[in-house]
Design a binder for this molecule. Structure first.
Ligand code: 5GP
Ligand code: ZN
Length: 118
């Protein structure tokens, strides 16, 4: 069973923000911003590549509720999902990073020169 499935089953403790029948949101153990929440479906889906549009529909409403719950809805926030090797995905259970609580940086995300691809 994967790490996040164990968090869903409460075999591994986490600081849960919001939970319903289909989704769960909890604090990232290694936060990259004052607010850093992970929102995941309870069904095991490896990445965004494999998720159904039905699950994403529910995920949308759930993440909107996480933003409200964390009081970052008005101040702004960022949602990121890393996919595969180049995306930097470490945990192979679909998760969305919800980041906020301060002005977020937006910098070059690769060591390659982006203009070399133009
Ligand atoms: P990825 O790099 O796969 O997009 O993100 C995985 C995230 O899971 C990382 O931000 C990492 O800090 C977080 N993480 C890894 N292990 C645990 C854990 O046991 N508990 C919690 N709450 N977060 C974790
Ligand atoms: Zn899983």
């Amino acid at each position: 069973m994967c790490l996040f499935c164990k968090i869903i089953n409460k075999e591994i403790p986490s600081e849960i923000i919001l939970e319903d029948d289909n989704f769960i949101a909890f604090h990232d153990i290694n936060p990259k911003a004052p607010v850093h929440i992970l929102a995941i479906p309870k069904i095991h889906v490896e990445s965004f590549n494999d998720v159904s549009s039905d699950t994403m529909a529910g995920m949308t409403t759930f993440m909107q509720n996480v933003a409200k719950e964390m009081d970052i809805e008005k101040s702004g926030y960022r949602i990121i999902t890393n996919i595969g090797d180049n995306g930097g995905q470490e945990v192979k259970h679909l998760h969305f990073h919800i980041l906020g609580g301060a002005k977020l940086r937006w910098e070059h995300l690769s060591d390659s020169n982006p203009k070399s691809f133009l």
